[in-house]
Ligand binder design. Structure first.
Ligand code: GDP
Length: 193
């Protein structure tokens, strides 16, 4: 199941539609069931479906307005490719942000997140992709198997942005998107400057 790419833009730099609107490709990675599709829905519509949502073949979008620039996020979901513990190189190509997601109530998904980080390293352009470690299902604190400190430590070791979210309650989802928007903007400025 390949994603449809609406235009031919695939360069790591942001594509300027006009002087103030930038197109941002953001990809979601992580084991099945960690909440990637649910997060994608939350990012784009602030919606949560109790059942497993299917995002379909097109990416979801969300517009984030910062003081001096507007970022139009295209949020790509794996649509089940992750079952094979790998996704097509096309998925990563030109990604400005990559989210590696795990489920705080499943230790296995945290172990897998470290594999996804390794796999990601083989594809992304260092410095031009903002990589984020996302501890999802923060609402399931009674079932927690991975501590906040463990997530934080891994993120610090790898120099990643880290946030604990809940796609179910919506907790920290907007904050995460905003933090990514600021990082992507900064990374663009550094590449231009
Ligand atoms: P994906 O396979 O990574 O895309 O995961 P899904 O988005 O399909 O979610 C898998 C299951 O976890 C679904 O039943 C979701 O409703 C549920 N889920 C997703 N995010 C959360 C969350 O933050 N908290 C809780 N409690 N359940 C969640």
């Amino acid at each position: 199941t390949q994603r449809k790419v609406s235009t031919g833009h695939q360069s790591p730099g942001l594509t300027t539609k006009d002087a103030r609107t930038l197109r941002v490709k953001m990809v979601l990675l992580g084991s099945s069931g960690v909440g990637k599709s649910s997060l994608a829905l939350r990012f784009s519509k602030d919606e949560f479906k109790g059942t497993s949502p299917t995002v379909g073949s097109a990416y979801l979008t969300q517009v984030v307005c910062l003081s001096d620039v507007t970022l139009r996020f295209e949020i790509w979901d794996t649509a089940g490719q992750e079952k094979y513990h790998s996704v097509t190189p096309l998925y990563y190509r030109g990604a400005h942000a990559a989210l590696v997601v795990y489920d705080i109530s499943k230790r296995e998904s945290f172990t897998r997140a470290q594999m996804w980080l390794k796999e990601l390293q083989q594809h992304y352009v260092p410095g031009s992709t903002v990589v984020v470690l996302v501890a999802n299902k923060g609402d399931l604190s009674d079932l927690r198997q991975v501590t906040l400190q463990e997530g934080n430590r891994l993120a610090i070791e790898r120099g990643l942005l880290f946030m604990e979210t809940s796609a179910k309650s919506g907790d920290q989802v907007n904050e995460l998107l905003l933090a990514i928007a600021h990082r992507v903007k900064r990374s663009l400025n550094e590449h231009e400057g």
